[in-house]
Structure formats: C-alpha cells, structure tokens
Design a binder for this molecule. Structure first.
Ligand code: HEC
Length: 124
C-alpha cells in the first residue's frame, strides 16, 4: 500500500495539483513581482523549484496561496501583509506557468519498469 502511494505521488508530482489550476492573475506582471519587485526567487529559485522550498508542483489554490503568503506563520518564510491579493494572484499565475523540470515517470525506463511490476503484483 505504501509503495502504491509512493508511485502515485511520483506520478502526480510532474503536474500542479488538480485544485491549483484556477487563476485570475496576470502572468507577465507576476513574473516581474516574483523576480524583481518582491524577490521571491531569492529563496525559491528562478524556476520556483530549486530553492528553500519547491513551489512546483503548486499544491495551493489561489485563495490559500494568497492567505499563506500574506500571513506566513513560518519562521523562515517572511509574511507579506502589504502585498495586495491582486498582485499575489499575478505571482500565483506566473508560478503556475513555469514548467516542471522533473521528467515524467514514463521517461525513466527503470522507474517505469519498477512501477509497472509493482502495480501488476498488487493487482494479482
Ligand atoms: C527569505 C527567503 C524567502 C523569501 C524572500 C520568500 N520565501 Fe517563500 N518560503 C521560504 C521558506 C524557507 C519556505 C518554507 C518554510 C518552511 O517550510 O518552514 C517558504 C515557503 C513558501 C510557500 C509554502 C510552500 C509549501 O509548499 O508549503 C509559499 C507558497 C511561498 N513560500 C511563496 C513565496 C512567495 C510568493 C514569495 C515572494 C512574495 C516568497 N515565498 C518569498 C522562504 C522565502
């Protein structure tokens, strides 16, 4: 069971989670905010997946993302109470637009083989 969950996690890790697809933001403005105005990239990486905490795949809805960034309770993540929700929607839109670097499981032959064998044995 744990193994199935593991493979499921890998299988979905190359796309943003299903509830993170809706955005009202402006991607181009979001890029400026992310890389210049608020410098999120300094900790999260220009691709949002090489920094302190990966932001891809995105696992928040736009509303949850906004609430989190404005009120971050985490010690190492600054809160941005003064950044307007509209600006955060733009940042969110930009993060969603960034392609995920990790290859799909089907592109890694050994991993694909292990997954397929595991799923087959579980189905018996
Ligand atoms: C000073 C470094 C720093 C900056 C600047 C920064 N972050 Fe973070 N952020 C972090 C760290 C570190 C974490 C993970 C904290 C933890 O898990 O304890 C985090 C976590 C997050 C998370 C939660 C990720 C998750 O999967 O739970 C989001 C969303 C986020 N940051 C967005 C942003 C945005 C948007 C900006 C720019 C407006 C930004 N951050 C700027 C350091 C930073």
């Amino acid at each position: 069971m744990a193994l199935t969950c593991f493979f499921f996690a890998i299988a979905v890790a190359t796309t943003d989670s299903a509830n993170a697809q809706q955005t009202t933001g402006n991607t181009a403005r979001g890029e400026t905010f992310f890389t210049s105005t608020y410098k999120c990239y300094a900790c999260h990486g220009f691709d949002a997946q090489t920094g302190a905490r990966r932001l891809k795949p995105m696992r928040y809805t736009e509303a949850a993302f906004t609430t989190f960034v404005q009120n971050s309770p985490l010690a190492q993540m600054p809160a941005y109470p003064d950044v307007a929700a509209d600006d955060l929607a733009d940042i969110y839109s930009y993060i969603l637009s960034i392609p995920i670097d990790a290859p799909a499981i089907d592109e890694i032959p050994l991993l694909k083989e292990i997954r397929d064998a595991t799923l087959k044995s579980l189905a018996q």
